[in-house]
Every structure is written in C-alpha cells, then in structure tokens.
Design a protein around this ligand. Structure first.
Ligand code: T4K
Length: 370
C-alpha cells in the first residue's frame, strides 16, 4: 500500500493521458468546441447503444439535466420525492418553483417507499421524482402503477444508476424520463456532465431545444431555455472512458465482494444488499452502523479520518433537514423515521478502480478491530 496516502470515498478512473491526445487533436483540427459537435453526437449514439436506451441528450451536469427534465414535462405544483439523496434532487424542484413533498424510504433499499406515495398525493401533485439511490433500482413497477392511476409524471433521478439493469433491460427505461450524472465521482464520468434519457424523438427534440436557450433555428426561440450543453472535450473524454467501463464495473464488483466478506461478522455493521447478479454497478459501498456496533457512527467516521480514510456520510443530513426545506410539513422528522435512521447510521466506504486490496483490508481492519 502507498503509505500515508489518503484514501478518498472515490476517485475518478482515468485512462492513460496519451490515449486522450488524439481526441484533443481532432478538436484542435476542426475547431468545434461545443454546441452539439461531432464528439457530442458520437457519445449520444454510443451511450444509447451501451445503456440500451432509445434517446439520450447530453448535459453539462446532472443538476441542470434535472432542472431541464422538469421543464421538458412542464411539471408544476407539488412533486413527491425522497429526502434521502444529494441536495440536487430537491433543489431542481425549487429551481422550477415546485414544492417538494417528502415521503419516507424503504429501510431495505433506502429508496422512496412506494407504499407511502399514495397518501402524499394532493390535487396539486403532478409528478413523482424518485432516486435509484446508490444505483439500487426503485420499485419501478409499483411507482408506475400509482403514476398511471393518478395521471402523474415520473422523473427518475438516476444519477447513480449508470448501466444498472432491471428485469433484463436498462432501469433507465422506466418512468417518463431518467436523469444521469457523469460527475468526476461517478462510475462513468466526463469530468462534469449528465444526461436525460427519454423514450421518443419528440421529447428529445424539446429537451435539445431547452438545453440550447430554446433555439430551434437562428431566429426562433420556442422556450426560455438554459445553457446545458456538454462541451466537446467532455464528450470526447466520455467516448474514451466508455471503452473500459465494463472492466471498471468488474473491478468495483470485486471490491464490493471483498468488503462484504471482510465485514460479514462485524456485529452492528450492516452492508446493504445488492440487487440480482449482473444488474448492479457498485457505484457506492454504504454500510449502516447500528446500535450493536461498539462505536457510534460518527466515532467510526472520525476514526477512519484519523487514519487517512475519507469515507463519507452520504446522505447525512437529510435534504429535509436543510434550512430551505425544514419548514415544509412533509419535512418533519416524524414523517421520515426510516430516512432519519439511515442518515444517522450510514457511512459510504471508499470504492474506486484504483483501490488496492491492502487498502480495502486496512479499512476492514479498522472497522472490525475490537
Ligand atoms: N442526484 C444525485 C442523487 C446525486 O448524487 C448527484 C450528485 C446529483 C443529482 C447531481 O449531479 P451533478 O450535478 O453533480 O452531475 C459529490 C459530487 O459533486 C456530486 O456529483 C454527487 N452527486 C455527490 C453524491 O457527491 P461532494 O461534495 O461530496 O464531492 P467531493 O468534491 O467532496 O468529492 C468526494 C471525493 O471524491 C473527494 O474526497 C475526492 C474525490 N474526488 C472528487 C473530485 C471532485 C476526486 O478524486 N476527484 C475529483 O475531481 O459531492
């Protein structure tokens, strides 16, 4: 192990620098830097094929993609969502003048509890925004049934769900739209980046207009769009990354297995179960530190830090605990007991392709030692 080197919760997978040079050379040669250039188009096509989805629109990041997805479907009023996520999920609602309504999570998957959605629906509800947290698929069939029964849109925050399968197909094909993040900390990254996955050409066209200020042609603007375009340099990096994505996911799988094996007998530590073989992307390795463990969650978090291991408490605090959400009736901790418990128990352990076995073992040893 590289001594005294900090171990972060994640680190981007970077291809060899000289492999990127030919891509840069092409950008320099043709001088198209952004606005839907050739690499942008190639990456959209390559991702549709790799992910098994019909249409994809690339974005500058996942947050602008979420904001635009809501615009694309003209969502207003109230949207039912989870408090157990990164703030960008709910922030995208506030940026659209929409009121988030928080629903508690399922303690097994830490995703929105589909059984609790119906009782949160009001005449103002127009959509549901669930999150495939850590890449675990939501209860997509049940959520769709509820949406159909009440005429609601479903926009999945699929920031963690790159390449995740459900029932043999991409989980990104569920709901009206799915939104990906390609941030540096994600399984597949373009430095910064994101995308909206959509089922038909008409919706893609609307999304493409919205991410380009609403321009349809040189003189026609059809909507108050935003600048959400991915640049050529990010798209080129994505194309290069995609070549090795399967190897990267396999490496993550082996880290996941090593942690599970090493932590199996540690009292009070629970590893979340993965969904069926071949469907996970191993984007995070969350553990829940329960009352049966010898230290509090925060004491363990600090102990890891003291040993140069920068694990993270994703997702603590809950979104509903931040000042801009706290006064919403649905943000009351009594409405969100399972989410509150998870937020108080979770630690995401380091997982990334360059992590070495002795580094994983040192994390396990620190957690397991008595
Ligand atoms: N929805 C969900 C469910 C999300 O999780 C996210 C983003 C979004 C929507 C929004 O998507 P984007 O707009 O971001 O595309 C990170 C990421 O910034 C964020 O993308 C991610 N979720 C969130 C869960 O984590 P921080 O503030 O915790 O990241 P940071 O900078 O502390 O990085 C964590 C560790 O990663 C560092 O300790 C070291 C390592 N790192 C980080 C960066 C940025 C690197 O090694 N290299 C790097 O370039 O938010």
């Amino acid at each position: 192990m590289k001594k005294n080197q900090p171990i972060f919760v994640t680190q981007p997978t970077l291809p060899a620098l000289d492999e990127f040079i030919p891509y840069l050379q092409k950008i320099w040669d043709n001088k198209i830097l952004t606005n839907g250039g050739p690499f942008h188009q190639q990456l959209e096509a390559a991702l549709c094929e790799y992910l098994g989805v019909k249409y994809i629109s690339l974005f500058t990041n996942g947050t602008i993609a979420l904001v635009t997805a809501l615009q694309a479907l003209r969502v207003t009023g109230e949207v039912i969502t989870t408090p157990y996520s990164f703030v960008a999920t709910s922030h995208s609602l506030l940026w659209n003048g929409i009121k988030p309504v928080f629903v508690d999570i399922d303690p097994k998957t830490l995703n929105i509890d589909a059984a609790k959605i119906e009782s949160a629906i009001t005449p103002q509800t127009t959509a549901i925004m669930p999150v495939h947290c850590y890449g675990q698929p939501c209860d997509v069939d049940r959520i769709q049934k509820i949406a159909d029964a009440y005429g609601l849109k479903v926009i999945y925050d699929a920031a963690h769900a790159f390449g995740v399968k459900y029932n043999g197909g991409s989980v990104l094909n569920y709901g009206d739209l799915s939104v990906l993040s390609f941030h540096a900390t994600k399984v597949f990254n373009t430095f910064e980046g994101g995308a909206i996955v959509c089922p038909d050409a008409k919706t893609k066209l609307r999304i493409d207009h919205l991410k380009n200020f609403g321009f349809v042609d040189e003189v026609t603007v059809v909507a108050p769009g935003i600048n959400g375009k991915m640049s050529e340099i990010n798209a080129a990096f994505g194309l290069l990354q995609l070549k090795d994505i399967d190897t990267a996911i396999q490496k993550r799988k082996s880290i996941d297995e090593r942690y599970r094996h090493g932590l199996a007998n540690v009292k009070g530590v629970h590893c979340l179960s993965n969904t069926g073989e071949g469907s996970a992307n191993y984007s995070y390795f969350p553990i829940l530190v329960g009352s049966g463990y010898k230290l509090s969650r925060d004491a363990l978090y600090q102990k890891l830090r003291d040993n140069n291991i920068y694990a993270r408490r994703y997702f603590y605090p809950l979104i509903s605990d931040f000042s801009m959400y706290r006064s919403l009736p649905s943000a009351a901790p009594s409405n969100l007991p399972m989410a509150s418990k998870a937020a108080n128990e979770v630690i995401c352990l380091p997982i990334y392709t360059a992590l070495e076995n002795d580094q994983i073992d040192s994390v396990i040893e620190l957690i397991a030692e008595t």
